[in-house]
Ligand binder design. Sequence first.
Ligand code: HEM
Ligand SMILES: *[C@@H]1O[C@H](CO)[C@@H](O)[C@H](O)[C@H]1NC(C)=O
Ligand SMILES: *[C@@H]1O[C@H](CO)[C@@H](O)[C@H](O)[C@H]1NC(C)=O
Ligand SMILES: CC(=O)N[C@H]1CO[C@H](CO)[C@@H](O)[C@@H]1O
Length: 458
Amino acid sequence: MSLIVMCVIAFVVIAISKWWYRWSNPKSNGKDHRLLKPHGFYEISPFIKKRMLRYGPLFKTNIFGSNTVVATDPDVIFEIFRQENKSFVSSYPDGYRKVFGKGSLLVKHGDLHKRTKQITMQLLGSEGLKRNMIGDINHANRELLRSAASQGTFDAKDTLTSLLLGILIPKMLSKIQPETERNLMDNIKGFNFDWFRSFCALSPWKAFYKVIMARRAAMQVMNDIFSARKESGERHGDFLDTLLEDVIFDENSALQHIFTLLVVAKDATTLANCLIVKLIAQNPKVLAELKREHNAILQNRADKKAGVSWEEHKHNMNFTNMVINESLRLMNLSPIMFRKAVKDVEIQGYTIPEGWIVAVAPSVVHYDPKIYENPSEFNPWRWEGKDLVKGSKSFMVFGGGLRQCVGAEFARLQIAIFLHHLVTNYDFWVAQDWEVTRTPIPLFPKEIMINISQSHTN
Ligand code: HEM
Ligand SMILES: *[C@@H]1O[C@H](CO)[C@@H](O)[C@H](O)[C@H]1NC(C)=O
Ligand SMILES: *[C@@H]1O[C@H](CO)[C@@H](O)[C@H](O)[C@H]1NC(C)=O
Ligand SMILES: CC(=O)N[C@H]1CO[C@H](CO)[C@@H](O)[C@@H]1O
């Protein structure tokens, strides 16, 4: 997921230099950057595909001006993930550290990274979700859908982003004024690169500047929250307090970490959620099976007013998990991730030289017809009998190894609960069909309108 932001920052740099180049050489039309050329949603990057066919699953190329090895083989990718902090480290451009700050999980390594992840899992791991989140997730999704149905139509992208931030912010920074929360939410929403969909925005720096200012404003709001808390001397027992109890965090790094989590969480989860709604709305067979599963859950529930319980989520949602996996496979939110070799590494008879960038592309694995028959088809049943919640060599939508996504369980829970309330209570359809292109990260439309009404048939 972090790749989305990372690529976008790289894009911005390229776009700005392209713009500059064009501006200073009005007769030329610049040089196309081949990896970033838009392509269809249900295919892998033609740039990678072409070279793979010519050179095999592991090949050298040049990406963003760096010597890069591209890895597309499942065993090699799995091994690279496993070697994090040994032969490879995750690698982001310098601009990254400036944008997110040193406290962000994304730029930490070694012990500091490990410790930060452990603390974060107290909030986002199974225990935390079960104890502290599932009730709020139920409540928020129910309210969202109720309000949407009373309007008849809603922008799923915007309302789901608000919903996620409305769930996460109070867990991280509790007891803040509604007005402060709204302000923080707006600024975190402003930290988004949507404008970049039309690969060359007219004036990329202006838009980029706006994003950076939104980040600055969000950090300011959080600093004010922190100052107020310090003054009162009160303990809140929220995620900020948990972070500050650990010696590895100070005020700044704790807030930077929280900021990173919020921006990564809202984009990834919202887009996944939206795409799933579209896929099930357009596949009546899948929708019927989902309804069957969720109505059965509802029927077996003693207290009909209660939301989804942890046990129901763990044990009675096989088909839901099949739908989620299949959607995430097709979606490839993080089609490529970047690592750097910290020493010469021998893999499958091939030496990756020290200092080289390695682009791992699980998206190629997810669209490999030898692993997934008719890979571009949406077919949840292909997951029947497979392990549904653990990643594997053939399913790496949440990455792998030490860098595996911290929000995977949270995202799955949110999507499952949204689907539960949606299919058991409402009829819905996509108000206007939309397409997603890739460059190679998926670029979603600005608004995703869904029409919805109370169901009379369930
Ligand atoms: C469907 C939703 C999501 C998808 C597909 C997704 C995907 C990913 C992937 C592929 C990685 C690995 C990146 C790499 O190895 O370079 C990752 C890392 C990460 N994700 Fe997610 N993610 C999702 C939701 C979330 C949520 C909800 C959160 C936060 C609450 C989150 C926070 C993070 C963080 C902080 C990392 C960096 C982990 C590290 O560097 O150790 N993600 N995600
Ligand atoms: C759900 O899937 C698991 C693992 O594949 C299987 O053991 C279990 O029986 C399934 N449950 C139902 C209700 O189908
Ligand atoms: C969706 O709802 C809007 C507003 O109620 C309406 O104008 C539009 O025609 C609806 N679209 C479809 C496809 O039903
Ligand atoms: C290759 C590499 O980055 N190794 C690091 C792994 O983590 C330890 C502990 O933080 C560091 O000391 C190593 O440099």
